[in-house]
Design a protein around this ligand. Structure first.
Ligand SMILES: *Cc1c(COP(=O)(O)O)cnc(C)c1O
Length: 391
């Protein structure tokens, strides 16, 4: 017998009559069972238990139950990123020969998935303007199985005709998938309204602090839910327990953050509209927005934290604006507690030709602002200075 201490056998976790208030973080990838019968019972669904981290873990389930409650559904899963959620849904529910109709202003990587990746696996896609129900209907073919839309588009913040799209999916017996990232369940109850599948990039407003990458999928039909779950586990798109724990912490303040960010967004939209350096403002909460009435009806007055505007002039004015406001992070994300600026012509939409960008209304002076939770006076002063510099 060696007299070395045994460092390999784990020490028992101390018991406590008082209970931790915070959800414990459980990073264990493996779970040991008392005997093979118990493992059988778990696999057959007769007993609840975890087996292996890729298949699921407590922190993922805690987070999924919280987002279920926000969406008003049950049985959602968390995934390693918003794009994992999109991937697991597409590959779990579509097969060779199927066709999908997507909104023409989807998130950039979702667009790429539809137009470049799915075709390599024999799944074809058409894109159509989701504000135009006739265009959406015209894109449907006999092979169409699914519609994928976002309620508010990026970066021009157009609002999809969700009443029309929901009816179209029902009439044509298509799986309606709604990416609810921009709107969140606080503004748009995608599941309760009848979407077959709801997707979130939890990375954005829900987690809210730009320190985790996570996604979520909620499917209404249990067969869909199982297919998406199995695809997620097989492709290894599983979320990390650490990230789930952080996102859970972020969600406790979601309501307050979203409320504050929306109030700030409305105030900034007014400031932009009144500034001589600005050519036009895009905010669904403003009367001059082309979809203002639809946004009012669909979103119940919650017009979101995203505001876009076009500067008069071009790249020189855009450079001047970002340089004059280093405290407003110039970063291609959204939903952080702090305000971030993105410039689609040089980032998300740089692969498009200037003509294609112009067709979407994206000029060199176009900025998208993800408004955060700073005190509004501070934001107003920062933007006024930045716009003065761009004038
Ligand atoms: C960011 C985003 C995604 C992708 O999410 P990740 O967590 O970055 O993978 C998908 N859809 C929308 C609308 C997004 O904004």
């Amino acid at each position: 017998m060696s007299d070395r201490p045994n460092l390999v056998r784990r020490t028992a976790f101390p018991s406590s009559v008082s209970r931790a208030v915070v959800t414990p973080l459980q990073p264990s990838v493996v779970y040991s069972s008392p005997d093979p019968d118990a493992l059988d019972a778990q696999y057959e669904g007769q007993a609840q238990g975890y087996t292996y981290g890729r298949e699921g873990h407590p922190n993922g389930d805690v987070l999924a139950r919280m987002i279920d409650r926000m969406e008003g559904g049950e049985g959602g899963i968390v995934t390693g990123s918003g794009m994992s959620a999109v991937t697991a849904t597409m590959l779990g529910l579509l097969s060779q020969g199927d066709h999908i109709v997507g909104g023409n202003q989807l998130y950039g990587r979702s667009l790429r998935m539809l137009t470049q990746d799915l075709p390599r696996w024999g799944i074809t896609a058409s894109l159509a303007d989701p504000t135009d129900i006739a265009a959406m209907a015209a894109a449907i073919t006999p092979a169409t199985k699914m519609i994928l839309v976002e309620v508010v588009s990026n970066p021009t913040l157009r609002v999809a005709d969700m009443d029309g799209i929901e009816q179209l999916a029902k009439d044509r017996d298509l799986i309606l998938v709604v990416d609810n990232t921009f709107t969140t369940p606080a503004a748009f109850q995608a599941h309760s309204r009848g979407a077959d599948v709801v997707i979130h990039s939890v990375t954005k407003l829900m987690a809210g602090h730009s320190d985790v990458t996570l996604g979520y999928v909620l499917a209404r039909d249990p067969a869909h839910a199982k297919a998406i779950y199995d695809t997620n586990v097989t492709l290894g798109l599983t979320a990390s327990p650490w990230d789930c724990w952080l996102a859970e912490r972020g969600l406790y303040t979601f309501d307050m953050r979203f409320e504050r960010a929306q109030a700030n967004a409305q105030a900034l939209a007014e400031l932009f509209a009144a500034h001589p350096a600005v050519e036009s403002v895009l905010y669904p909460g403003r009367h001059d927005h082309p979809d203002h009435n639809r946004a009012g009806a669909l979103l119940g007055g919650q017009f979101g934290n995203m505001v876009s505007f076009r500067l008069k002039g071009g790249r020189a004015q855009a450079n001047a604006l970002t340089r004059a406001a280093p405290q407003l992070a110039f970063a291609p994300t959204l939903g952080d507690v702090g305000t971030t600026l993105s410039h689609p012509a040089s980032s998300s939409h740089r692969a498009l030709s200037p003509d294609d960008r112009a067709a979407l209304g994206i000029t060199e002076g176009f900025f998208r602002v993800s408004v955060g939770c700073e005190p509004i006076d501070l934001l107003k002063a920062d933007f006024a200075a930045a716009l003065d510099a761009a004038a």
